[in-house]
Design a protein around this ligand. Structure first.
Ligand SMILES: Cc1ncc(COP(=O)(O)O)c(C=O)c1O
Length: 393
């Protein structure tokens, strides 16, 4: 029997690099892993303590509320007011999801059906392309990145929408962007919101890196735009900025009928995140609000070690203003290799593992992505390995 949704899925290219890395490590080589975007820093202590305490209370072992505990939704509303100056109604404009990835995937089920289309960026975090596909819809890929800013993507989205048929019902955007680290200014988001208010389209902004930013800069929320709640929803996740990847806590906020529709679908699918985790997340948002700022200092130092180190060996790349990644164009003497062969070369000759850009869609093939998940000393060691192995630089 053919499992019809599965054969269309390309093999996860990251597994190719992963197996090479494991092979090298078995040979006793010290491979520095800058591949998978899995945060290495610990979650806030208050989250761990509160989780242990709440888990000991047997009342918390039952099914929880699928929308998210009221106090958790209130804590999110407080965060949006503090951070973005955006007032949210915790009852109608905030929904807890089991991570942004789950929230996004099921949101696509809510907004799309076979025959529909969505506009998505390429290269892209894979679920931004595959989420619409799983809903049976067409994902129209619009280029993003490579030094271009968010305004360029927004212009291309509008053009693709005006020219396309059937008219896409959904536009996916995500700034700061994984993998290209592209950022956007509020004025450009406002242009998109104004445009969308005159059309039948929902804007879905994945703000997974909303509090992961450097050099004193911080990214905007789309909900800061005037009229945004008529057309836009946003995903805010605790995975990266609170280093809580395994906890699976994120939120969908914004346009109330969209929030309500996802809540309804999810009431059929799940009972929400384990209640002690929701309690711990509430306390963390209220009591460790500054945690992202501390974390950013660590990532900023790692970013500098990598980008400045690469520059010293003759590989110039953009310095990201946000995310936990650096997006690096393959240097000219190696450009013919494409991203998979180049990433394999980096494991074999430099003892450094990165993600090949093609893993984020065909638009990524001229690049590789470094994740800042090793400490500064290890990153310096990676740069030494790259100098040793990239003899054509
Ligand atoms: C753009 C983007 N969205 C969502 C996620 C996943 O977030 P979560 O852990 O909340 O599911 C990631 C993780 O890498 C991401 O890069």
């Amino acid at each position: 029997m053919e499992f019809r949704r599965i054969p269309g899925l390309p093999p996860y290219v990251f597994t190719i690099i992963d197996s090479l890395k494991l092979e090298a490590r078995r040979e006793g080589r010290d491979v520095i892993d800058l591949g998978f975007g899995n945060p290495d820093l610990p979650s806030p202590q208050v989250a761990v303590d509160k989780l242990a305490e709440a888990a000991a209370n047997t009342r918390n072992h039952r099914y929880s509320s699928s929308r998210g505990l009221p106090k958790l939704r209130q804590a999110v509303a407080d965060l949006y007011l503090r951070r973005f100056g955006v007032a949210l109604d915790p009852d109608t404009e905030v929904l807890s999801t089991i991570g942004a990835k789950e929230g996004f995937s099921h949101l696509m089920w809510v907004l799309l059906q076979p025959g529909d289309a969505a506009i998505v960026p390429t290269p892209s975090y894979p679920i931004h392309i595959w989420g619409p596909y799983f809903a049976g819809a067409d994902a129209r890929q619009v280029p993003i990145g490579d030094g271009d800013d968010g305004a360029g993507y927004i212009d291309r989205v509008m053009e693709a929408w005006e020219l396309g048929w059937p008219k896409p019902r959904v536009v996916v955007l995500s700034f700061p962007h994984n993998p290209t680290t592209t950022t956007v200014e509020l004025a450009d988001l406002q242009r998109l919101v104004d445009w969308a208010r005159e059309r039948d389209v929902v804007l879905v902004h994945d703000l997974a890196y909303g509090d992961m930013c450097f050099d004193g800069w911080s990214p905007p929320s789309i909900l800061q735009c005037e009229g945004a709640k008529e057309v836009a929803v946003e995903l805010y996740s605790m995975t990266k900025s609170f280093s809580m990847a395994g906890w699976r806590v994120a939120f969908l906020v914004g346009r109330p009928d969209v929030v309500d529709a996802l809540a309804k679908l999810k009431s059929y699918l799940d009972y929400g995140t384990f209640q002690p985790i929701q309690i711990a997340a509430t306390v963390t948002l209220n009591e460790a609000a500054d945690y992202p700022r501390e974390l950013n200092k660590v990532y900023e130092a790692r970013r500098d070690a990598l980008v400045d180190g690469l520059s010293r060996i003759g590989w110039e790349i953009l310095k990201p203003k946000g995310t936990m990644f650096a997006w690096a164009k393959i240097p000219e003497p190696y450009a013919d290799m494409g991203s998979i062969e180049f990433a394999q070369h980096l494991v074999r000759e430099c003892d450094v593992a990165v993600s090949p850009g093609v893993g984020f869609g065909p638009g990524g093939d001229g690049h590789v992505r470094f994740a800042l998940i090793e400490n500064e000393q290890r990153i310096a060691q990676a740069v030494r390995g790259l100098r040793r192995g990239l003899t054509r630089l």
